[in-house]
Ligand binder design. Structure first.
Ligand SMILES: NC(=O)C1=CN([C@@H]2O[C@H](COP(=O)(O)OP(=O)(O)OC[C@H]3O[C@@H](n4cnc5c(N)ncnc54)[C@H](OP(=O)(O)O)[C@@H]3O)[C@@H](O)[C@H]2O)C=CC1
Ligand SMILES: Nc1nc2c(ncn2[C@@H]2O[C@H](COP(=O)(O)O)[C@@H](O)[C@H]2O)c(=O)[nH]1
Ligand SMILES: [K+]
Length: 480
């Protein structure tokens, strides 16, 4: 990345803009977004290791689109191991359906509908699809009515051998938007929407060497980290994140050394990610201690109060730029973690040299995040998000400690315990947000004349702008 005008101070995403340059790339679809972080996911996007963001549904869905989710440190090890197993067993193209028994009540159906973005509950009997229910079917029916009496029996069935284009055409011909993929015995393999078929042709999934969906997991730096790391590596985690607020500390270096030994014994070659830091020195020291990828960002997170509490942190673009350069010198990479609110922020992080970009709160506001869908008084749908260093998370993390210790730990909160992440009515699913992000980033690359992310980081020209420069770029939805 080159600057048009020399920065006099550290910069964040809003402080800069990308300058278009002459390009030989004629189509946005010619851009290869494969991550340069060594994991090589087809999409350089990571769902953050936050309890309000990454669970099984998020992990599956984002991996099908080529990214990866990191299951947070606060989830019990056996639960994480089971999650890894479920994600690895799920189909790499077809979505997991929301299913009910024919005798399930419509009350259950109403609760289950928002769990996935396809807006359909599939009624299954003995593994065979027997009916479908949509939002419209839930209107005006008693909550105790059984699904079988309301469901439609018209189901479009496709074969796993059909190409996405064939499935798309089949659905269009049937004037339907939801197909069930079945095996030779007619049992459900997965489901797919028209948009899903379109996406299946654009997004290759993120797969492990055995051809299964990828998933990552996190550990903290307290407690028996080596045992948890061993269990997660044995369960098949594709990447292990060692995560703490202040990554540039002795305890992190010590724990990273232990985790590296476990990794070399149990699952050599599995990348280790460590953070968070914001300096070249911190980056180098974590790489020397065993990190393959360094997680960069202190204070930019939407749930994060660190900067207001402590004054500590660093504007994220400068942090990413400096740490990415330091990692590159050692043949390693970084993840830009936090502060991403628009597709442009992802593009700027990649332009600054990030291998992948980690997104938290933005993704909390989707159907696939773990929280329950709630309605605000004005009728808008939201999910609750909270910081991993909030009193709420700290309380949960220290549940085995004494009351005194828990209360003391709670005094050191550096995150907010409750925040509403509204679902964008235009983009309520994680795949909708990924469409939004990738179309933006593909376009950024072609404006810079780049076909790949290394080319983008090399060719990007960035200028510094005033707050009014940023404001000018915002769309206006009504007259002024
Ligand atoms: N990216 C960011 O800006 C931030 C991210 N987070 C996220 O919150 C989660 C919890 O992290 P964390 O609070 O580190 O909890 P951890 O459970 O990882 O514990 C942190 C450990 O580091 C010690 N420590 C020393 N100095 C500090 C410091 N300045 N801040 C925090 N701990 C320190 C603590 O000891 P003692 O308690 O005795 O001081 C404790 O033993 C992680 O997922 C982390 O990524 C949290 C804050 C900032
Ligand atoms: N200081 C804190 N930082 C936190 C907390 N919880 C999460 N985080 C960090 O934010 C990013 C995600 O950023 P976002 O802007 O996409 O939401 C996450 O990966 C952590 O590094 C917290 O409680 N305090
Ligand atoms: K913040």
């Amino acid at each position: 990345m080159r600057f048009l005008n020399t920065p006099q101070h550290d910069l964040t995403y809003n402080d800069v803009f990308l300058v278009p340059s002459r390009s030989t790339v004629t189509s946005r679809l010619d851009v290869d977004l494969t991550s340069t972080d060594g994991l090589g996911t087809p999409l350089p996007i990571v769902a953050a290791n936050m309890t309000a963001v990454s669970g099984r549904r998020m992990a599956e869905t984002i991996a099908r689109a080529g990214g990866i989710a990191i299951i947070p440190q606060d989830i019990p090890t056996d639960v994480v191991a089971a999650t890894i197993g479920k994600v690895k067993a799920s189909h790499t193209v077809f979505d997991t359906p929301v299913t009910v028994d024919p005798k399930a009540t419509m009350g259950e159906v109403i609760n289950l509908l928002p769990k996935r973005n396809h807006g359909v509950v599939l009624v299954v009997a003995d593994g065979l699809p027997v009916g479908v229910l949509t939002e419209a079917d839930t209107q005006g029916v008693d909550r105790f009515t059984q699904a079988r009496t309301v469901m439609s029996e018209e189901i479009v069935k496709v074969s796993p051998a059909d190409s996405p284009r064939v499935i798309f055409d089949q659905l269009a011909a049937a004037h339907a938007d939801y197909a069930v993929a079945t095996d030779a015995e007619g049992k459900v393999l997965g489901v797919i929407t028209r948009k899903g078929a379109l996406r299946a042709a654009i997004y290759p999934p993120a797969l492990d060497p055995q051809g299964r969906l990828m998933i990552g997991t996190a550990v903290g730096i307290n407690g028996d980290v080596a045992s948890r790391a061993e269990a997660l590596l044995q369960a098949g985690t594709d990447v292990l994140v060692v995560d703490t607020a202040h990554g540039h500390q002795d305890k992190m270096i010590d724990v990273l050394g232990q985790v590296r030994q476990v990794r070399d014994r149990v699952a050599p070659g599995t990348p280790l990610v460590a953070g968070n830091v914001v300096t070249a020195e911190g980056t180098r020291e974590l790489i020397e201690a065993g990190a393959d990828v360094v997680k960069v960002g202190v204070g930019p997170g939407a749930m994060c109060t660190t900067r207001m509490q402590t004054g500590v942190g660093r504007p994220q673009l400068s942090a990413v730029l400096e740490c990415a350069a330091a990692a590159r010198e050692l043949g390693k990479s970084i993840w830009a973690d936090g502060g991403v609110r628009h597709p442009r922020d992802v593009a700027l992080a990649l332009a600054a040299g990030a291998g992948s970009v980690m997104v938290g709160s933005w993704f909390a506001g989707t159907h696939e995040s773990p929280g329950d869908l709630q309605l605000a008084p004005d009728g808008r749908a939201y999910k609750e998000s909270f910081g991993m260093a909030s009193a709420r998370a700290v309380k949960n993390r220290t549940k085995d400690s004494s009351g005194f210790e828990r209360a003391r730990a709670g005094l050191f909160e550096e995150g907010i315990s409750s925040s509403r992440m509204f679902l964008d009515p235009e983009r309520p699913g994680i795949q909708d947000l990924l469409d939004f992000i990738t179309s933006g980033v593909r376009s950024s690359c072609t404006y810079a004349g780049a076909r790949t992310l290394p080319e983008f980081a090399e060719r990007a020209v960035v200028g510094i702008q005033s707050p009014s420069g940023y404001e000018e770029g915002r769309p206006l939805h009504s007259s002024w």
